[in-house]
Design a protein around this ligand. Structure first.
Ligand code: CMP
Length: 138
């Protein structure tokens, strides 16, 4: 497995003031920040980012939510990054996320679920490149 993954701190967590606590959990979880930015997706850019989910029933709500406020996007590094990060954040639905996971602590619903984590090495590379140029990744 490659050693990088991609994350976004979603609009709910940013607006609720959890950015610092979530970054602290990520760093204490052994992940190193390779690139990071505070930004705001438009419906066009959110739609493009989540293009793989275009046919899913939740796509329109997902795009609307992800463009509703600022986010923090980051590339993270750790051995076994994709799998270990998914363990740190917990299940997509926060009501099913293990105690102590980021979604268990900071998320309210399956849409407003505090953070995104890539689901494969391939998607981690695609998603990281969506937000960061080669000059912004170290
Ligand atoms: P994320 O990891 O960002 O990837 C797609 C997002 O769609 C997911 O987190 C959820 O916030 C949202 N979503 C809403 N409903 C569902 C669902 N039924 N299954 C998966 N993801 C969903």
């Amino acid at each position: 497995a490659t050693n990088r993954t991609f994350t976004m701190i979603k609009p709910d967590a940013v607006s609720n003031g959890f950015t610092g606590a979530i970054l602290d959990d990520i760093i204490k979880g052994g992940f190193k920040l390779i690139a990071m930015k505070y930004t705001h997706l438009t419906s066009e850019t959110a739609g493009a980012f989540y293009e793989v989910h275009k046919e899913r029933p939740f796509y329109a709500d997902l795009v609307k939510f992800m463009s509703s406020g600022p986010i923090v996007a980051a590339i993270l590094e750790k051995d076994n990054a994709v799998e270990d990060f998914r363990k740190l954040i917990g299940a997509t639905d926060p009501s099913k996320a293990e105690p102590g996971t980021i979604r268990n602590k900071y998320a309210k619903s399956i849409d407003a679920n505090a953070v995104h984590g890539s689901d494969s090495d391939e998607n981690a590379a695609i998603e990281g490149s969506f937000f960061f140029s080669n000059l912004e990744r170290f």
